[in-house]
Ligand binder design. Structure first.
Ligand code: DGT
Ligand code: CA
Ligand code: CA
Length: 582
């Protein structure tokens, strides 16, 4: 930050402190000076050096006393009055002032009565119902505070793909009902199925016989339920914000340029830049309106046409990150990435035996409805008490139940496998006796505790589990929670080597806040010939649908069918599990 912005920031805060004490007029003077400092292009330090106090007085909003404050800051790096204010009420104004509906007076009251200093304190107090008891507060204001914090958290960061897709699906549903809409498509990072989304991008074309179609579409779009702000209204582009805090851009384009627009607005920007450069080298021009030779449009109606005319194979949106896909396309070496309909079963599902929502029967019913050929029940094991983890005896009892269910499905060509999700303890051993593990169809092992250990320790710990003859799958191998928790420290190359040697599959967890492995790690696994499995980790039958996020992640990691064991027939998976034993 330069000195102008530093000082502007301090003056803004001093204004807030003055407002806490109901001082008249002065706060406005500080705010005006802050604005002045932000506006001028010249550096305040230079102004003072060249023209002294006179120069400072020429800054908009700066009078005698504030000029002295500026000089004090330039000379000592501090403003005494501000230091005293901070000492009296030591709160994080940067954070608290962002909360919608909270002003200086509220901040002061919250600090004096509840010692609330920052966003974290505020959220905690609101959750504990402490705020409603203060004078001038009530349950309503407490609820508002919580909602505002939630909003803040969301609007500041990027959104999980599941959240963005939920909003996008609703928009698409509403727009599809209009007779004016011809084609409609996702674009941007959402179409590329990135794990987090900045904003939603959508593209539509208007049916020919509706000359005012664009206006109708934009009117409906900008008035959708849940919109809290219209940033931009136009006949070719509009932008809105939904109450979740997520923005959506809608563009209306002509039929003949739909492919070009889709290609352009799908991105990524990095992919497009290289594509445009290649077009230029061929004497062509590529933009959102088409591919041109001189003034003549030679492609633009479809994306395929554009890639083809440029001399490429079609590149799937999930690959368009400029990480080698363009070279691969030019050399006809693009991978045949796994399709969205190629998963034959889900092997990481929890039942109500371990506190999941649904019975094994209900999970089976949901799996069959998805067209799966097999389903694996893999409940937590005993170390995880909070998840009602099963012990050896319970696992064996469950085995009997599953065997019985299987005999029922024999004629229907559906197979239920019994696994478990055992815990990798601190020393790399598992929390279930090998004697029992060996009786299950397969074993998943995962780290669920003590995640903050050194890289060496964590790597050793997981490798020891990989070496266990009964372990077939490592669940969520790096342990990250998107926007909440970083990966644990591991030497992934070593893990890959061990997984390959001991024939263990690494899981791509489809839960939208996990999506672990990430794309880079998936590509490494593919390159090394390490097998993976796309699982949902469902604790409820409706979560089976998350598989699409896991598949998208696998595609982003260039994985083919052969790399993903649950796109295989059941016999082949069982053989893969079995071979490990010997
Ligand atoms: P996001 O929203 O941060 O998750 O990521 P994107 O990829 O959706 O980015 P966004 O929404 O800013 O723009 C959508 C697409 O539009 C982007 O993927 C490529 C295209 N695009 C936007 N701005 C530019 C640009 O300045 N140059 C180029 N070549 N393409 C752009
Ligand atoms: Ca976007
Ligand atoms: Ca956008």
């Amino acid at each position: 930050m330069n000195k102008n912005l530093e000082l502007a920031n301090i003056f803004q805060k001093m204004a807030i402190y003055l407002k806490m004490d109901d001082v008249p007029f002065k706060p406005e003077a500080y705010q005006k000076a802050a604005l002045g400092l932000q506006t001028i292009s010249e550096n305040v330090e230079d102004i003072y050096k060249k023209q002294g106090k006179e120069g400072l007085l020429s800054i908009p909003g700066v009078g005698e006393s504030l000029a002295d404050k500026i000089i004090e800051y330039l000379k000592t790096g501090k403003i005494k009055e501000f230091e005293q204010q901070k000492k009296k009420i030591p709160v994080n104004l940067d954070e608290l002032m962002l909360v919608e509906g909270i002003g200086p007076k509220t901040i002061k009251a919250l600090y004096e009565h509840l010692k609330i200093k920052n966003l974290e304190d505020l959220e905690k107090a609101a959750h504990e119902g402490k705020i409603r008891n203060l004078e001038n507060f009530g349950e309503k204001s407490e609820k508002n505070i919580l909602e505002a914090i939630e909003f803040l958290k969301r609007s500041k960061g990027r959104f999980l793909i599941s959240e963005a897709l939920m909003v996008a699906d609703k928009i698409i549903q509403e727009l599809k009902r209009l007779k004016e809409v011809e084609k409609i498509s996702l674009a941007g990072s959402l179409r590329r199925r990135k794990e987090t989304i900045g904003d939603i991008d959508l593209l539509v074309t208007v049916k020919k016989n509706y000359p005012n179609g664009a206006k109708k579409i934009m009117d409906v779009f900008t008035n959708l339920e849940g919109i809290i702000k219209v940033w931009d209204y136009g006949l070719t582009k509009s932008s809105v914000r939904f109450d979740l805090g997520i923005d959506a851009d809608l563009r209306v384009v002509e039929d003949y340029e739909f492919g070009a627009a889709l290609q352009y607005f799908t991105g990524s920007k990095e992919h497009n830049i290289v594509l445009r450069k290649i077009a230029l080298e061929k004497g062509l021009k590529l933009n959102e309106y088409g591919l041109f030779k001189g003034r003549k449009r030679i492609a633009g109606e479809t994306e395929e046409e554009i890639y083809q005319t440029l001399g490429f194979a079609y590149i799937e949106p999930e690959l368009r990150e400029n990480t080698g896909e363009i070279e691969a396309a030019l050399n006809n070496q693009l991978p045949e990435i796994i399709g969205y309909n190629e998963i034959k079963g889900d092997l990481h599902c929890h039942s109500n035996w371990d506190g999941g929502e649904n019975s094994i029967e209900e999970m089976i019913k949901a799996a069959r409805k998805k067209g799966y050929q097999y389903l694996g029940i893999s409940d937590h094991t005993k170390f995880l008490r909070i998840e009602n983890g099963l012990n050896e005896k319970q696992l064996l009892a469950q085995r009997k139940v599953i065997e019985k269910l299987n005999s029922k499905f024999q004629s229907k060509k559906f197979k239920i496998l019994q696994g478990c999700e055992a815990n990798i303890l601190n020393d790399g051993s598992l929390d279930i006796e090998d004697k029992v593990l060996s009786q299950l169809d397969y074993v998943i092992a995962g780290v669920h505790s003590r995640m903050k250990i050194t890289k060496e320790e964590m790597t050793e710990r997981i490798i020891r589990a990989i070496k266990n003859p009964n372990v077939n799958i490592i669940s969520h191998p790096t342990g990250r929670l998107i926007n909440r928790r970083d990966e644990y420290q591991i030497d992934f190359d070593k893990i890959l080597k061990a997984a390959k040697e001991y024939q263990v599959a690494l899981e791509i967890n489809s839960f939208p806040d996990r999506l672990d492995l990430n794309d880079k790690n998936i590509r490494k696994a593919v390159a090394m010939g390490v097998k993976m499995i796309i699982n949902t980790d469902s604790h409820h039958k409706d979560q089976l649908r998350f598989i699409e996020f896991g598949i998208a992640q696998a595609r982003r990691g260039w994985a083919e069918k052969e790399d993903i064991i649950n796109s295989w027939e059941i016999e082949k998976i069982l053989a893969f599990f079995e071979k490990k034993m010997n």
